[in-house]
Design a protein around this ligand. Structure first.
Ligand code: GTP
Ligand code: MG
Length: 377
């Protein structure tokens, strides 16, 4: 990681098996697709990230080869890991790094358990430091839990745990109210409830109603603690090529609420992934990230300007005949001038960085928002 790199943290908040890892792995693809023909490129910033993305993709593509998609064939995350994506303008050397922490969602449910309490602590620090919070939501669980199964929702969606973490996050945002703060509620696995990506029924309004109902407490916490935070709603298809065939509810003493939801999917067509909503997510992230990066770099530029002016004045300050003679003779004056020159150069560079970031911002936010993206009211 280079020193001038601006790192932007994106926090993901969801219990196990919702689709965090799949969502993160899909972001790189979408970023690259979105930036085709632009002055900006996106790539995996390190080899572990590249490896994790290709591994996840390989498993998913394999699972979509058969006629039926069996979710259990995709393994859960066992250890926390950082995904780092680099957004880089072609014209300058100043990239932005997107850092996303992926962790076993089970840790959110039981605070890391006995063995991983310390590691979970570190995950929570990362989450509360993140300017953007993504909340992936299991649409199948939410839409299929009727009648007697509805009571599993608060615990299986980990709503109380989420409210706690979101409160900490929102308090931190309030302390940094000059920075943008964004929460995106992202229903995933929603291919069978929306009709704009191969689905046959339109239950979009019902999905949204249920998200608003179940996550009302989470949204309330954000509004109480960080009034400037923006809450958006964006259903995402990371597969898009599957159709829910059936859902069974099995009694399971180990499952929160006593029942486990077991969905079965049919693979549509040739099982070619057809992502939807990720372009809007990428655009939202970039807009927020670059706005923050820009204000950060403008601030740095401003600080460098003040410092550079101060150093120049100091370098040129006349302090009386004998003192001036000593300053010149001892090389102190030359040293002051050197420092002022270096600082001026730093200032010029930080101004150039602001300009290049603005270039990225315009390239990315030129896209109009898609119809799936709305505000959570
Ligand atoms: N139908 C459908 N299935 C999905 C989608 N996204 C993920 N899945 C499946 O849901 C299961 C869980 O996805 P993961 O990405 O591993 O979930 P996770 O949140 O990382 O889970 P943990 O690692 O246990 O925390 C896997 O079988 C995925 O293939 C989606 O958009 N649609
Ligand atoms: Mg995972």
């Amino acid at each position: 990681m280079s020193e001038s790199e601006f790192t932007y943290k994106i926090g993901l908040l969801a219990p196990s098996r919702v689709g965090k890892t799949t969502l993160i792995a899909s972001l790189l693809h979408e970023g690259q697709r979105l930036l085709v023909n632009s002055q900006v490129s996106m790539s995996a910033a390190d080899s572990p990230t590249a490896k994790r993305i290709t591994l996840t993709e390989g498993v998913i593509r394999g699972a979509l080869r058969s006629k039926d998609f069996e979710p259990e064939r995709v393994p859960s995350t066992s250890d926390p890991s950082y995904f780092r994506l680099r957004l880089k303008p072609r014209t300058t050397e100043t990239p932005i790094l997107f850092e996303i922490l992926d962790y076993p969602g089970g840790w959110l449910e039981d605070s890391g358990g006995e063995r991983n309490a310390a590691a979970w602590e570190a995950c929570q620090t990362f989450l509360s430091d993140s300017t953007v919070l993504l909340i992936p939501i299991d649409s199948v669980l939410l839409m299929e839990a009727e009648d007697r199964y509805e009571r599993v929702l608060p615990s299986q969606l980990a709503i109380p745990q989420m409210e706690q973490l979101v409160r900490i996050w929102a308090k931190d945002r309030r302390h940094n109210s000059h920075e943008p703060a964004l929460v995106v509620f992202c229903p995933v696995k929603c291919e069978s409830y929306l009709c704009d990506n191969g689905g046959t029924q339109d239950l979009g309004a019902e999905l949204r109603r249920r998200v608003s109902r179940e996550y009302a407490g989470v949204a309330q916490v954000v509004r109480e603690e960080a009034q400037h935070a923006v809450l958006r709603y964006l259903p995402i298809d990371t597969f898009g090529c599957v159709e829910l065939k059936s859902v069974k509810w099995a009694e399971d003493a180990g499952a929160l609420g006593g029942y486990k939801c077991l969905p079965r999917y049919r693979v549509r067509g040739d099982g070619i992934i057809s992502r939807m909503g990720l372009d809007d997510l990428m655009m939202l992230l970039c807009r927020q990230l670059v706005t923050a990066a820009q204000s950060h770099s403008e601030l740095t530029a401003q600080m460098n300007r003040v410092r550079s002016e101060h150093l120049r004045q100091y370098a040129e300050l006349r302090e009386g005949f004998f003192r001036d003679l000593w300053l010149s003779w001892s090389g102190r004056r030359a040293e002051r001038v050197r420092r002022a020159d270096a600082s001026e150069e730093e200032y010029r560079m930080s101004v150039a960085q602001s300009a290049s970031l603005f270039e990225v911002l315009s390239a990315l936010s030129a896209r109009p928002e898609g119809p799936r993206l709305t505000y959570l009211t």
